[in-house]
Every structure is written in C-alpha cells, then in structure tokens.
Design a protein around this ligand. Structure first.
Ligand code: FRU
Length: 491
C-alpha cells in the first residue's frame, strides 16, 4: 500500500456511494458526510472547543485535504461548520495545530483581539512538505492563509504535522515550541520561535523504531506527577507492510523537556498508548480549561480506513480523553509510571443493571449508543465473556480472563463485504487490580468500541460495524459479575 500522504488526491463524489445510512455515533465527532482523518488544530477559545480535522470536501476517500471544522461546548456534542482551510490547486492542507496567540506575538492580529493561529503542513504539488500559517481574527471561526507562507521549509518531502505550544519554563522568556516529524527518517524535530513566523532549530529526538514504520503527528505535553512537572512525547506510527499486523498505532515516551531538548527518562522506551486497532493521530487541545490535557484521536487504521463501510461519512474521532500520569499499581507488579486516559463521558447517564448470574448467560439490548460497566470476580481463574452482537452476528468478543489477568478482544472477519483482510484481530491488555476483581468500562457508540481497564491505564479502541438496530450484548462465563448499562435519552 502506498503512503497515505503521497497518494494522488482522489476525487470520488458523495453521489458515488450507495447503501443505507450507517448508524451515526452520538457521543463522537463524525463529519456529516465525506472523509475525515486526523484531528487538527484542537483549541479551546472563549468556552468553545474547536476541532479541525483532515477532511475531503469532495468525497468519502482520502484526498483534497482540507481542514474541516466543528465546535462543541461539552466535547461530546459537535456542530460542524464550513471548511476552515480549503485545499487549493497546488496545496493540500495536511495536519497541524492551532494556538491562541495571546499578546499578538505574531503581529497577525487586528490589534483588538488576540488572533488564533493555525500551523499546518502545506503539501504542495512539487511534492514538498513545509509548515505554513493561517490566521483567524474572529476567535477561530474563519481563517485566512498568511501571505508569507511557508514559514518553515527544509526542502523535505516528509516534514509534517507541526504541534505548537507555549513554553514558559526555563530561564529565558516564554517562547513558542514546535514539534514536527521527519516521517521516514524517524525524527521528531524541535524548533522554537518568538513570533510563530521565524523558527529556530533546537534539537531532534530519534529513538530507534522498526524501519517499516512512518512517524507522524507528534505532541509534547507536560503532566504533573508527585508535585513535579514531567513530559510526555506522543507519536503515531504507521507501517505499510501488510505483514505488520498492527498498521497504525500510537506510542508515548516519558521524559523531560528544558525548552530545547526532550531527554528520555532513564530506561524509558516507547510504550503503546492504545492497545486496539483503531486509535491514531491523537493530539491534545491548546488552552484547555484548568490546564487539562484533553486528547482526541482518529478512530481508524490506515490499513483499512479507505474501506470502512459507513455511509455517508467515513471517519470518526475518539471520545475525548483526559491524560494524567500515575505511579503504577505496585500490586500489578509494574512498578513504573502509567499514562492514564480518562474518558469524558456524557452527563446524566441513566444506569440499569443486567441480571447476570454465574454460569447463566444473560442478554441485553444496548441500542446504538451506551456504556457497559463491568465488575467481575475472577478469583480462581474464572472468566467472563461479553459477546458484542449486531442482531445474531457476533462482531467482537471481550473476555475477562482470570487465569492470565488479561482482557482479550477478538474481532473476527465480519459477514458481508467491504472490509479489509487485515481487519480481523485479537488484542490483549492487562486487567491489573488485585488479581481478583476486574473493573472495565466498554463504550459502544455505533461502530466505535472503546474499552478502559486498570482505571484508565489500559485502553483499547476498535471499530466494529453494527447495524441500524444497535448493539445486543450476551454475557456468559463462570465468574460472578455486576454489569450495568448506562445510556442517555438522546439516542
Ligand atoms: C497521519 C497523516 C499525517 C498527514 C495527514 C494527511 O494520519 O498521514 O502525517 O499530515 O495524515 O492526511
């Protein structure tokens, strides 16, 4: 398969598609129609969360890359707006970030209101990738390209995905920091700037990675731990090798940052951020209230994203996840530091119990959108299996295995057509805890399945293409369990 970033733009039109509309996620951002991939320019302005995203205004395949735009006040209900930064004849608008330019350091504001500045990758017809700016003088609603673009050009074909943030630590004055990748050379490059227009090279970060993987969409964030500031590098990596059974995935790396250089913590290696098949390009919001680190990811995988059978939209964001660091549960034996993901959940969920007795299968209709909260007693190596079904078809089975202390997610090949050969998969993650009680949350929202265990230290995200009637879940096993279904009345 070719690189998603070097394919010629596709020009398929919405009218080419046939088939009934797919159930639409309620708690997740999806475009009304057409193709979407990475979240871009996540920024909170005047009480409104803006999510921009890789978008094809002309069809449901990747191409014509532009920044789509949606806004939300609660991160769960979104309103899509007009395309913010459209492609042009010679420029595709690839991934990037946005910041509120407090104090108008860039000089791009109107002198009255601080501008919001987007930093994106201009992928031009000469096949070069350079960093460019667009400015909003109306608090993120409408955008104009900067006349002096590009602002950072290394003559590279694979230099992309700038994530910019304000750094005010260290001894010097506050500055802007950019992290961006050389995707094929496996480097995160760090630059600094006083005005978002002139950039100075600082350093690079390049821990070894398998050669078949591209580096994409970095983010560098600080998080408190034990009263100190630690730093986490986020990175998405993708392999085009069909033998690579993961395809796209996200990683994180613990370290420290002094305003110039990201220094790995002793003994650190890349760790996987999400153990499922469908979480990629996750980045955090700028200027989120109370310093919260809120991340959205794209819930798909380049191995099969183009063949995902949803209509008339193709692509969805994850639930927002708040990131934090926590000393790992010593009882679970890991002893290190965990990156914890806590989902933002709808207010006013109403919970109903599912009648589960050990050895007796139970069944529950969840509908298109709901959350399962599962507390299972796995003492003595018992198991609990939850079959996630669409009608009578089992789309995936989640097994809580008391013997291995793991959660096993098994997604077989679905019936029907239109899903890629690498789609079937089995994934495992630790259940943690005291070796006996397991506590798991499973969010089901149309075709999006997100599973949280170990109080957010173990997470996996997957797609599974449920039909219009929504989810039916069968619970069976020899473990005793309490299962609750939470739903809002918006579905
Ligand atoms: C990641 C990515 C980015 C690029 C964008 C193009 O999914 O390949 O590296 O900027 O998608 O759509």
């Amino acid at each position: 398969m070719e690189s998603p970033t070097t394919d010629a733009p596709e020009l398929d039109s919405p009218g080419d598609r046939i088939g009934p509309p797919s159930p639409r996620p309620v708690w997740h951002l999806t475009p009304e129609r057409n193709w979407m991939n990475d979240p871009n320019g996540l920024v909170h302005v005047d009480g409104v969360f803006h999510a921009f995203f890789q978008y094809n205004p002309g069809g449901a395949g990747w191409g014509n890359m532009s920044w789509g735009h949606a806004v939300s006040e609660d991160l769960l209900t979104w309103r899509e707006l007009d395309v913010a930064i459209p492609f042009t004849d010679n420029e595709q608008v690839y991934s990037g970030s946005a910041v509120i330019d407090h104090g108008n350091t860039s000089g791009l504001g109107d002198g009255v209101t601080d501008p919001v500045v987007a930093i994106y990758t201009a992928a031009t017809t000469d096949r070069l990738q350079a960093q460019a700016l667009a400015v909003s003088r109306d608090r993120g609603m409408t955008w104009e390209r900067y006349a002096g673009n590009p602002v950072l050009d290394r003559g590279s074909r694979e230099f992309r995905d700038p994530k910019v943030f304000r750094y005010s630590g260290g001894d010097g004055p506050a500055r802007w920091i950019m992290v961006a990748v050389e995707a094929v050379a496996h480097e995160v490059l760090i630059y600094s700037s006083e005005n978002l227009r002139d950039w100075t090279w600082e350093s690079k970060f390049d821990v070894p990675m398998p050669l078949d993987e591209l580096w994409e969409c970095p983010d560098l964030i600080s998080l408190p731990l034990d009263g100190e500031e630690r730093w986490v590098m986020l990175l998405s990596t993708h392999s085009h090798d069909p033998a690579n059974t993961q395809g796209s995935r996200m990683r994180w790396f613990l370290g420290d940052f002094d305003g110039h250089r990201f220094v790995p913590a002793p003994g650190e290696q890349w760790r996987l951020l999400d153990l499922g098949r469908d979480f990629y390009a996750g980045v955090t919001f700028a200027d989120a209230p109370d310093g919260r680190r809120l991340m959205l990811g794209w819930m798909s995988n380049w191995q099969y994203a183009r063949e995902v059978p949803t209509e008339p939209f193709r692509g969805a964001m994850s639930l927002p996840r708040e990131l934090s660091l926590r000393r790992a549960d010593a009882r679970a034996g890991s002893g290190g530091i965990d990156l914890v993901q806590t989902p933002v959940v709808p207010e006013g969920l109403e919970w109903r119990p599912v009648d589960v007795a050990a050895h007796e299968p139970a069944e529950v209709e969840v509908g298109v959108t709901g959350v399962l909260s599962v507390e299972a007693d796995l003492a003595g190596g018992r198991t609990l299996a939850l079959e996630l079904c669409s009608g009578d078809e089992v789309l995936a089975t989640v097994t809580l295995d008391g013997a291995s202390r793991e959660l096993v997610f098994d997604r077989p090949a679905p019936g029907g057509e239109g899903v890629h050969e690498t789609f079937p998969s089995v994934r495992r993650m630790p259940l943690g805890g005291d070796g006996r009680l397991a506590s798991v949350q499973i969010f089901l929202d149309a075709h999006l399945v997100e599973i949280f265990a170990c109080d957010g230290a173990a997470v996996m995200s997957h797609q599974a293409f449920v039909g219009a009637d929504g989810w039916r879940v069968r619970v069976a096993g020899d473990a005793s369990a309490q299962v609750m279904v939470g739903a809002t009345d918006t579905e």
